[in-house]
Design a protein around this ligand. Sequence first.
Ligand code: ADP
Ligand code: MG
Length: 710
Amino acid sequence: MRAMADVLGRDIKYVAGVGEVRARLMEREVGVRTVGDLLMRFPYRYIDRTRLLRIADIDESMESTYVQLRCRVVGKSFIGEGRKQRLVVEVTDPTGCGELLWFQGTKWIDKRVELQREYLVFGRPSIFKGRMSIVHPEIEPIEQALARKVESGFQGIYSTTEKLSSVVSVKAMHTIVLNAWRLVATDATAFSDPLTADMRHRLGLISLREAIYNIHFPQSAELLRQAQYRLKFDELLGVQLTIQARRTSRHNRGGGFIFPRVGEAFNTFFREKLPFALTGAQQRVIKEIRADMVSGQQMNRLLQGDVGSGKTMVAFMSMLLAVDNGYQACIMAPTEILARQHYASMTRFAEGLNVRVAILTGSSKARERRTALEGIASGEVDILIGTHALIEDRVQFSNLGYVVIDEQHRFGVEQRAKLWTKNQQPPHILVMTATPIPRTLAMTLYGDLEVSVIDELPPGRQPIRTYHYFDSMRLKMFGFLRSEIAKGRQVYIVYPLIKESEKMDYKDLYDGYDSITRDFPLPKYRTTVCHGKMKPADKDAAMAQFKRGEADILIATSVIEVGVDVPNATVMVIESAERFGLSQLHQLRGRVGRGGEQSYCILMSGDKLSKEGRARLEAMCATNDGFELSELDLKLRGAGDIHGTQQSGEAFELNIANLATDTQIMQLTRDEALAILASDPALEHPENEGLRHLRDRHHKRERIDFSDIS
Ligand code: ADP
Ligand code: MG
């Protein structure tokens, strides 16, 4: 044990090829401080170094991937003056020609590159006007390259940063990792296996040491696959050991409120006041919730339902179940607008039911606040609706039995937890989300939650038609808006707002507003604006005006993203749509198509789109299914792109496993974790010491922040 800590815990500056300066740079740039850190950072892709491409093979699809060429230098020249000077080296092979470019270290390269000599060139090509060029390639005389003994035919590529890559090249990184591995290779205790030989044998897993070696220096394609499998297995097993333990302990805790009665409020509402027939899915989910509420265990349920699937009604009716049994219920919404909207509709639903509804938000005036706080403390108020304000300390419920959280992804886990602790006994909890989460992700994030799904939209809805227009088609878009407004319909125009504080975004919005009011001369079209920086009262006023049909066009930022319900609105125009994520686009689109009329979503974008941006817009046009989009989103964001994964909401900061594609390993580790925990819930047995480390290693990094998911 000590020896292991010694090698893996050693500062990387002692690894051959690193030294003080590079060590500190690596720590700053990619967080690698020790030998262990270094070896636990796996390549994100591999280049087959046995494969040489020809210049004619290089096309645009290879831009920004690494390639390896064998070519002859046929020309060298310096272009430009002083600091802007660059070195251009012309190269050819039997299939074509291209150029290599250096902006730095030009003198040094110039001395080493000889005319008419052949080199092995390694780098990321770009194509301009049909001609290939590579900036700052690695270059080595061909005889030397071919004679060099390599550890593996596959060269791992590690994620890096601009600063780091200018100091530590791909090749240098490879060497450093190899030197680090050599330190470990002589120490049998490092990377001792957390899994028993029995388990490895039963599941066909290679040892951890073999896996670590082959992930960095694959000895064959098959060993690389096995190494990846093994490391993913360990990672997901750690995750599952955590969440399954949590689930078991919640179940064992028991002590959930029991709501045995289906009482007067629920029945009266159901028989006399329900404004429409419930869909089959709504009925099923209400039954599932009801079953939990009589089980004697605390409910912790996630309700996934696409936008417009009618989650609010499920929330309301299940709250009546609590109220009928003498308990209070509350619903927490992510925005003021949404809380107000719930308040308006639930007050209406509750009329004549002898159920008292109150609201509390950050901007509640003194009287409203007092009514809510006093009523909730005395037990006079049955249903409290609000925003984050509900988790303030001074909100004291008299007997809170049920908590609904709307649009979960906007809340952090700590905020959730705070509501829980308002009681001695934890209330039942229903978490609702309209951002469907792929099943694999749900299993990880919500492994300790039961899941309900509303997979059916209320009848009579027509699928929304979605189109993608480039900015150059703006006039066509305006023409379309005119014709819809002429039919008496209403229109949303949404501008991106990445951060609520970014002034730039408001400039976009107001520029947009100006041009719209120019194109749609006022008296004729009534336009209103709504964004997050406005005072809540002004926001409400603008929304209310639109809702009452007193404005034809609502110009907004994504504050209207969630929940807002205006059935007469039939067109959603999203400006700079390429700047939104898929789930956000889908949410925004869900603002229309809520009535019986055909609705439309128009995605406006600039002419230049990234590959991913284009894929997102195409997906939006191809499907209305939120689940399908969320799977795709995970794939797009989880794929290869190093920076992308940081925002992909992978709550467990997975290092190698991919929630979108590793479903099978996820299932397997789940079953294994359950079996292990059944005989040793706290992993106290000596033979499970390794598993405990796996669990805790992951545990330390756990950082669930649902606001990351959206
Ligand atoms: P979401 O699941 O996105 O929160 P809402 O609860 O806001 O959806 O419901 C969307 C719209 O559908 C609302 O106008 C609501 O009144 C209506 N609705 C809900 N359930 C039904 C139903 N069973 N039949 C008809 N309309 C319904
Ligand atoms: Mg909703």
